[in-house]
Design a protein around this ligand. Sequence first.
Ligand code: TMP
Length: 216
Amino acid sequence: MGTTKPLFVSFEGVEGVGKTTALSLFADLLDEQNIAYVRNREPGGTPVAEALREIVLGEHDEPLTDTTELLLMFAARAQSVAEVIRPALAQGSWVLCDRFTDATLAYQGVARGMPRERIDTLADWVHSDLWPDATIWLHAPPAVTEQRMSGRGRDKDRIEQQPADFFAAAADGYARLAQANPERYFQVETSAGIDVVKARLADVLDALLARSVARQ
Ligand code: TMP
């Protein structure tokens, strides 16, 4: 392998949907095909972006405004794009990113109600033409995600502490993004168990490889 253009693949979905597990399974599939990749997560991925993650997901004595939250997400993203994503793609590695700007559109846009045009302006500023080639959208019924989230055995972070309707709104945001971007979005249902998820991810990878060969 290695003759096809490296792809930028993001993994999205609400808390407890199995996103990080799916990313690891997808990474195993790339290993099997000897495809080089870099793993990244947002907010985070570099020391500075991880420090910003602590601020934006941590608890503080003063409330964090929605504007601060939005700007911190993009501040972390500016670091991650410049220090991880663009250099990895330039070196021929795929990038597997645990969340990207779709998360901002779903969480800060739909769930918090921040105006879409502000997010679009920031996205244009921070990463302009760089968007994922594919977005793997992990999906499961709310009863499943809520149960998985509460069984994590650690304290919930600032965003995880939001009420159920916040996550319902974010899930709705993802559904709208999937509808608006059918070429980029691949839905993976995670409630049927890990073997089903793995088989579906293998199909997604086959489709991406076929697509990327066809475009050469
Ligand atoms: P996670 O790494 O466990 O998915 O947690 C990241 C949290 O940050 C999650 O609650 C979603 C949230 N988030 C946003 O609200 N906006 C964003 O742009 C990103 C990247 C994450």
